[in-house]
Ligand binder design. Structure first.
Ligand code: FAD
Ligand code: NAI
Length: 484
């Protein structure tokens, strides 16, 4: 007879493994199905985020930023450095070591919380007597015989199968010459010329990595606007700072044929004035969005279907159309962010336990880890105008903040948007080296429905970058920033 679990999670990315941990903390008998193998054929937990997403990209962003700093930014401190050399193999090995430490950490969490890791591809094969039957098909370890599919039963199933890179028709990705995120995080030598299709989050982050390491980076973006989802003021500042760093970004591009040959890749494209152009590059990164993973999940066997874009439809509490089947993370609507996936995983585990958790999707922060970082939470000025909501804006620059000057990070600003009548904070937009941390304070304030004045009245440490958030809040409240 198949083992019965209270909760089976399919997928061990940040949505799935966190759901499994929280469900185990709440006393459930939990199993998690995960099929991931790294390029060496080793199994790993952690999903896209830990293996080929957030963690390795931030490792390379960190390393490349240090390299850039030593070459270009230490002089102003009176520090002269000569003979700086790049050891890319060591940099990539450091990234792999961080990934391994983090994925092994999830294995530890599974052991600690007595979560069974079912190794292989999971799919629904039906439902009977109030339980869902799931088949786990294991691809055998090298040299070993394939085992028969394993069957388990689950009272609740959490689908957390995540997403994969969207590829373009006629542009085959081999992760050597033409790469998606997986290849772009492992290029073995710095390309002289790197082409990137898509000026979204991955294009800008990984484009920045290879630019800092010395590549000539050209990014081709289909949309006529740069970072269209961000606040207009942020768009302008980010464009100014990133193009100054040498990223060549073309907007309003129409992509033509892509030819990958022995000597590199030739990309035909049409510019925003309709002129035909050719980009010759040594390697090409395709970063044009991601698509949900729902192939081979056997959803039809339990009467569940996906929407026209392949996402599993869910309500605000991640309930699917089938009772006791839940879906979280990149496989459902909403931003494809690890922390959003995690919070949904926690919410679903607590709902299964009869608790009443809730996520305010307006309070989910975004961070693009360029240098400076770009972060925001809540609405942009453009969204507030479109909604016809009266608002006040307060902005304060880092260029007159003592801490920012001291650490050599004077670029950027904080903008606080607050309701014109109630002063409730509606959106916070940050361009700064410290943006990822500052936006967390803003998210906390918004979760507590703080007014801009509330932030302005909180004592902030001096000197610190957080004073800029306080000053921007004071500026929004009543134009009463103290240091401007
Ligand atoms: P995933 O992390 O994709 O995990 C899904 C897991 O399910 C995978 O391990 C997969 O093998 C497994 N799976 C799928 N189908 C099956 C099946 N049938 N049976 C068994 N297992 C299955 N987000 C951020 O918030 N911050 C960042 O800095 C950030 N950086 C990123 C950088 C890059 C280069 C990329 C590509 C993404 C980045 N993201 C970032 C996005 C983030 O990685 C995702 O939003 C997050 O991983 C989604 O989590 P998830 O649990 O929904 O899915
Ligand atoms: P994206 O959606 O951020 O950007 C894709 C870009 O490609 C868009 O600007 C789009 O207009 C453009 N594009 C689409 N088709 C095109 C074409 N044919 N020619 C030229 N341009 C084209 O997607 P991306 O960068 O692939 O990242 C996927 C997701 O992963 C992100 O949306 C985000 O959710 C997540 N992510 C998050 C990170 C973070 O939080 N720091 C870092 C990296 C990824």
């Amino acid at each position: 007879m198949p083992q019965t679990y209270d909760v089976v999670v399919i997928g061990a990315g940040p949505g799935g493994y966190i759901a499994a941990v929280r469900a185990a903390q709440l006393g459930f008998k939990v199993a998690c199905v995960e099929k991931w193998r790294n390029p060496k054929g080793e199994r790993a937990l952690g999903g896209t985020c830990l293996n080929v997403g957030c963690i390795p990209s931030k490792a390379l962003l960190g390393s490349s930023e240090e390299f850039d700093k030593v070459r270009h930014r230490l002089g102003e401190h009176g520090i002269a450095v000569e003979g700086v050399k790049l050891d890319l193999a060591k940099m990539l090995a450091r990234k792999e070591a961080i990934v391994s430490k983090m994925t092994k950490g999830v294995e530890f969490l599974f052991r600690k919380n007595k979560i069974t890791w079912l190794k292989g591809h999971g799919r629904f094969v039906g439902a009977e007597d109030g339980a869902f039957r799931i088949e786990v098909l294991d691809d055998a370890d090298e040299g070993a015989a394939a085992s028969a599919p394993q069957l388990v039963d689950a009272v609740n199933v959490i689908i957390a199968t995540g997403s994969k890179a969207r590829h373009l028709p006629g542009v085959p990705v081999d992760n050597q010459l033409v790469c998606d995120n997986e290849g772009a995080l492992a290029i073995p030598e710095v390309p002289r010329r790197l082409g990137v299709i898509g000026a979204g989050v991955i294009g800008l982050e990984l484009g920045s990595v290879w630019r800092r390491l010395g590549a000539e980076v050209t990014i081709l973006e289909a949309l006529p606007t740069f970072l269209g989802a961000t606040d207009g003021g942020v768009q302008k500042e980010a464009w100014k700072l990133l193009t100054k760093q040498g990223l060549k970004i073309h907007l309003g591009v129409k992509l033509g044929a892509v030819h990958a040959g022995k000597r590199g890749v030739k990309v035909e494209w049409t510019d925003d004035k309709g002129a035909a152009q050719v980009l010759d590059c040594d390697r090409l990164v395709v970063s044009v969005g991601r698509v949900p993973n729902t192939d081979g999940l056997g959803l039809e066997s339990i009467g569940l279907s996906v929407d026209e874009r392949g996402f599993i439809p869910v309500d605000d509490h991640c309930r699917t159309a089938v009772a006791n089947v839940w879906a979280v993370g990149d496989v459902v609507r909403g931003p494809m962010l690890a922390h959003k996936a995690e919070d949904e995983g926690v919410m679903v585990a607590e709902l299964i336990a009869g608790q009443k958790p809730h996520i305010d999707y307006q309070c989910i922060p975004w961070v693009i880890y360029t240098s400076p970082e770009i972060a925001w939470v809540g609405r942009t000025e453009e969204q507030l105008k479109a909604e016809g909501r009266a608002y006040k804006a307060g902005q304060f620059p880092f260029s007159i903040n003592g801490r920012a000057l001291g650490v050599g990070a004077p670029e950027g600003f904080v903008k606080v948007l607050a309701d014109a009548a109630t002063d409730e904070v509606l959106g916070v937009h940050v361009v700064s080296a410290a943006a990822s941390d500052l936006v967390a304070e803003a998210a906390l304030a918004m979760e507590f429905k703080a007014s801009a004045e509330d932030i302005g009245r909180v004592c902030h440490p001096h000197p610190s970058m957080s004073e800029v958030l306080r000053e921007a809040a004071l500026a929004a409240t009543d134009k009463r920033a103290l240091n401007m």
